[in-house]
Design a protein around this ligand. Structure first.
Ligand SMILES: *Cc1c(COP(=O)(O)O)cnc(C)c1O
Length: 420
């Protein structure tokens, strides 16, 4: 049996319709920005394997650190025990956020990082004895993960349809624009006393179609939310670690959140790890004599030492000037491409933020489940490029190690899509 056949017999893949399963490609190795299949074909990983890979695949420096950690301490229960990688990573993450936050709570993926944030915020009010503040305020079109809490605060979509009756109620607002900002503020004012927290993807909604919105208006909104004493949760699971051109998207904003979620690029995309940072204000609500005020949350692999070491290695690389330069070069190259397509009618709403470039294709097929996405993915694969559009939203988010020749190949391919 081939690997494909063996896979089909035993494995169920994520986000994949199980009837007429399309192309599932066995990947045997990867290096830099390239993925290699079993026949030796290579594909430029232009979306960083679902937005996680920062420095390229199988990076020797990160691999070495993982190897060393695996031989020293691979895992230990994180309640009652601690370890150096977990401590040093927390120190470095807090420093990256200019010590605005005071504690790091570890978990093991993006959905758990947001679940932790939501639970932390809800229990904050419970611990303080304010039993009215229970609701979450969230943006329409948002995505915060696939577990129940994360789904609840995400946009109701084809992803959540079967579960909608089981999701908790959320107060929804649109992302701000000059026309609706007044309405949004009045919604917040009228519900303020019942809202525990506001969760948002700063500046760009990823899974919602790489939708960009205005930093000044977000500042204004966060200001309103702050004044209403609502806890702010920035979900930086996608935007963290340089994606938007700064270390964090929140670095573009004057208003800092009370809680911030990290995952995906945290380990350079090598290991599963989540981290939720909170300010002293949040943390102190949990420092109480009453044991019922404890945050009863944890995962078997909380702060896994190998994952923490991978994250430390990724931060070493990320802090090098060469990496910062690479991020700017990707941004510049994308910007040139953006200029070159801005007059093309086939490309709707081209947009750019840091290393993320996106546009919609002018096609009759809309929505996540349309076939245009599969068509584009297959066309790209034939050209040695891996792309995975969100419906008719085509985007790239390459690893920082991508070279100019590879970027040019991607851009040449994208240009041809106007004739689709
Ligand atoms: C991907 C993503 C998540 C969920 O992360 P997983 O590791 O896939 O669970 C949460 N929030 C945002 C903004 C994301 O992009």
């Amino acid at each position: 049996m081939t690997w494909k056949e063996r896979d089909a017999a035993v494995v169920w893949h994520p986000f994949t319709p199980q009837k007429n399963i399309g192309n599932i490609i066995p990947i045997v190795k990867a290096s830099g920005s390239l993925l290699y299949d079993e026949n030796g074909n290579s594909y430029i990983d232009s979306i960083s394997s679902w937005w996680v890979t920062l420095h390229g695949h199988a990076h020797p420096y990160i691999a070495q650190k993982i190897y060393e950690q695996a031989q020293t301490l691979e895992q230990v229960i994180f309640a009652g025990f601690t370890h150096q990688p977990g401590i040093v990573l927390a120190e470095r993450l807090l420093a990256l956020h200019q010590h605005h936050f005071s504690k790091i709570f570890y978990s093991d993926n993006g959905s758990t990082a947001t679940e932790v944030a939501i639970k932390m915020a809800i229990q904050y009010w419970w611990n303080k004895g304010d039993l009215k503040r229970k609701k979450i305020l969230a943006f329409r079109n948002s995505y915060h993960g696939d577990t129940f809490g994360a789904m609840s605060v995400s946009h109701r979509s084809v992803f959540t349809l079967a579960f909608n009756d089981h999701l908790f109620e959320v107060i929804c607002i649109d992302t701000p624009n000059p026309e609706n900002i007044g309405t949004i503020k009045s919604i917040i004012h009228s519900h303020a006393s019942e809202i525990a927290a506001f969760i948002y993807e700063p500046l760009i909604q990823g899974a919602g179609g790489m939708h960009l919105y205005d930093a000044d208006l977000l500042n204004e909104l966060l200001n309103t939310v702050n004044l209403a004493d609502i806890i702010c949760i920035a979900d930086e699971v996608m935007t963290g670690f340089g994606r938007t051109g700064k270390f964090f998207a929140s670095d573009y904003l004057h208003k800092k959140p009370d809680i911030l979620c990290m995952s995906k690029g945290l380990t350079g995309g090598t290991m599963a790890l989540g981290a939720t940072a909170c300010t002293d204000k949040i943390y102190t609500a949990y420092v109480q004599d009453d044991p019922l005020k404890t945050f009863f949350h944890g995962h078997s692999f909380t702060a896994n030492p190998i994952a923490c070491s991978a994250a430390l290695a990724s931060l070493d690389l990320l802090e090098q000037t060469a990496t910062i330069d690479a991020i700017h070069q990707i941004s510049d190259a994308c910007s040139n491409f953006y200029e070159s397509i801005s007059q093309e009618k086939a490309f709707i709403n081209p947009r750019l933020l840091g290393t993320i470039l996106a546009f919609e294709l002018n096609t009759a097929n809309h929505g996540y489940l349309n076939s245009i996405s599969t068509t584009i993915t297959n066309l790209a694969l034939a050209k040695g490029i891996f792309l995975r559009p969100l419906g008719n939203t085509v985007y790239i988010m390459p690893p920082y190690c991508i070279n100019n020749a590879e970027l040019c190949r991607i851009f040449d391919f994208l240009r041809v899509l106007k004739d689709l």
